[in-house]
Design a protein around this ligand. Structure first.
Ligand code: OFO
Length: 174
């Protein structure tokens, strides 16, 4: 059984994952609007992944007899200065997510709540992968550059990452 504070903090995380899904879906739409189809597909997949992260938390709350509460989330930003700014924002967002997961791990460790500590290990590993993924995308963008045909090649590269992830991540969408 979860403590009241752990239940509250896991519910906060549910809503943060949901707001991440909405942000990435909005970003996907921005990319599609700017004819960056590879980026749009990649970000749509990523929105689905965030929804899966949310559902995993909801299921855990059910299994522990707690009530999952889907709260209201603010509307995501709709405008981005550039593709580089958009991916910079994602990288910062994922770092915030990592800090939130780390705070949850700290709480589980100090309560102590070993079942939740164990459950959270999946998120710890996931955030490590996510930060690595987005850092490598940013590195690629900086390497290729967005001048001239740069955007075309970046979009193709990111579209290829989406293709690979479709095979690796079971819930990645088309
Ligand atoms: Fe759920 O934060 Fe990215 O992965």
């Amino acid at each position: 059984m979860l403590s009241a504070s752990m239940t509250q903090r896991l519910n906060e995380q549910i809503n943060f994952e949901l707001s991440s899904a909405l942000l990435y879906l909005q970003m996907s739409s921005w990319c599609a609007h700017h004819t960056l189809e590879g980026c749009a597909t990649f970000l749509r997949q990523h929105a689905d992944e965030e929804m899966a992260h949310m559902r995993r938390l909801v299921q855990y709350l059910h299994e522990t007899g707690a009530l999952a509460i889907i709260g209201g989330v603010p509307a995501p930003l709709t405008e981005f200065h550039s593709l580089t700014a958009l991916f910079d924002q994602i990288y910062a967002h994922e770092q915030t997510l990592t800090r939130k997961i780390n705070d949850l791990v700290h709480l589980a460790n100090t309560e102590p709540d070993y079942a939740t500590l164990n459950f959270l290990q999946w998120y710890v590993a996931e955030q490590h992968q996510e930060e690595f993924l987005f850092k490598s995308i940013l590195d690629k963008i900086k390497l290729i550059g967005t001048e001239g045909q740069g955007l075309f090649f970046i979009d193709r590269e990111i579209g290829a990452i989406a293709q690979q992830r479709r095979q690796q991540v079971p819930y990645a969408s088309q």
